[in-house]
Design a protein around this ligand. Structure first.
Ligand SMILES: NC(=O)c1ccc[n+]([C@@H]2O[C@H](COP(=O)([O-])OP(=O)(O)OC[C@H]3O[C@@H](n4cnc5c(N)ncnc54)[C@H](OP(=O)(O)O)[C@@H]3O)[C@@H](O)[C@H]2O)c1
Length: 242
């Protein structure tokens, strides 16, 4: 018996990184999982690894019609996990406003519109988990738009937790710290990534990046703890405690 036997989960961004680790964990616990992302090859590879009835719906979460099609692909939904999206790094005078708008299209409006279509399909006992990032709490240079995005997602999660509590739907936000083994574009050449991550790790009391498995542990907790709602859970090796 798994803790998620009989549950249906949709996981955006489930083709790689944090979303894929959450999909693996949910499948292992017995859930039927639908993953979503833009690249079909990435989704196909992920589904092949997940096995056990996992399937994929190719989706750009910045496109509301595609979000609707994704949610329409299930008859009911117990767990909505929205991890899709990237990041935009760079000095404020260099990054174009268009890049920040695109970030919000996917990572803010993508998460909000997924809720818009999912909530009518969710029974009492269901749960929603958004994904933000510690930039919503910890000031990071060269990440102004991302910081604003993370703060907005945190506020959205708390607001929806209050709104949806009477329906028996819990809403929480996973706020990852620096996490390795993901496909995220750090804005540095591939060969510079290890040094880049090592430099950032100096800010972390535990002196290491998190793993996608650390994030999946937190997502599993938020999916199963029946009294957890309205939380922004920083999983960050102590970064935001300093
Ligand atoms: N890694 C970290 O240190 C860190 C820290 C804080 C927050 N986060 C956040 O955690 C979330 C997961 O990221 P990750 O680190 O696991 O990186 P990742 O491996 O790049 O995962 C992001 C996934 O989202 C998908 N995606 C991106 N834009 C999309 C869109 N418009 N529509 C649908 N799918 C989209 C990507 O697949 P396609 O490109 O195929 O669509 C990819 O599979 C992101 O929101 C990220 O910003 C990460």
């Amino acid at each position: 018996m798994g803790a998620l036997d009989g549950k249906t989960a949709i996981i955006t961004g489930g083709g790689s990184g944090i979303g894929f680790a959450i999909a693996e964990r949910f499948v292992r616990e017995g859930a039927q999982v639908v993953i979503a992302g833009r690249r079909q090859e990435r989704l196909d590879a992920a589904v092949a690894q997940l096995g056990r009835g996992a399937r994929a719906v190719q989706t750009d979460v910045a496109d509301e019609a595609q979000i609707k099609r994704l949610i329409d692909s299930v008859s009911s939904l117990d767990l909505l996990v929205t991890c899709a999206g990237g990041a935009v790094f760079g000095p404020v005078e260099q990054v174009q406003t268009k890049a920040w708008r695109e970030l919000f299209d996917g990572r803010f409006f993508g998460q909000l519109s997924a809720c818009h279509y999912a909530v009518p399909k969710m029974k009492p006992g269901s749960s929603i988990m958004f994904c933000s990032g510690i930039a919503g709490h910890a000031a990071l240079a060269n990440y102004a738009g991302g910081a604003g995005l993370c703060g907005a997602v945190n506020a959205m999660g708390r607001s929806l937790a209050i709104e949806l509590a009477p329906k028996g739907i819990r809403v929480n936000v996973l706020s990852p710290g620096l996490t390795r083994d993901t496909a995220i574009d750090w804005g540095v050449p591939p060969e510079a990534v290890p040094g880049f991550l090592a430099g950032l790790s100096n800010n972390i009391p535990m002196k290491r990046p998190g793993t996608v498995g650390d994030m999946a542990d937190a997502a599993f907790f938020l999916a199963t703890c029946a009294y957890a709602t309205g939380m922004v859970l920083d999983i960050d090796g102590g970064w935001t405690a300093v």
